[in-house]
Design a protein. Sequence first.
Length: 160
Amino acid sequence: MDDLTDLTALFILAIPVACIAWTVTHEEIFREPREWCERQHQTARSAWARKLFYVFTCEYCFSHWVTAVLLVVTDFRLLYPDWRGLVVALFSLVWIANVYMAIYGRIRLDLKHERLEIATKEAVLEGVNNGSIPVVAPAVDVSGQPTVLPADRPPAGRDA
């Protein structure tokens, strides 16, 4: 393969790695097995068992294993045609996949924040509409400028 084809394959092969690693370590469909692995990770007596179960709860760690399986299936190599190409491909795919997961995680966080903000505004509007939240209009003069109410003025004899 030429360099451009290798680079294209690198960015494309990182997509299923990121997708599988994210799904197993974050999504609801794998919640019960992931929680079981978390408990095993915390309570296992041997260090090897703790490390093994931790792999299924960490997207970075799990992406290495997903990448290794993908490399066996595709025989993809990067820069070198021998075993060195497999090593370079392994770490390159893991890195790109984790960049994809970081971007995806940030997008999901932004969407969650926007949904929460919308829900809060809707709750406030609902409270205003049903009368449970009083509406206080700011005081303005004839020109539309805010007026200073007595409580807003500094006490006499003091510089503000």
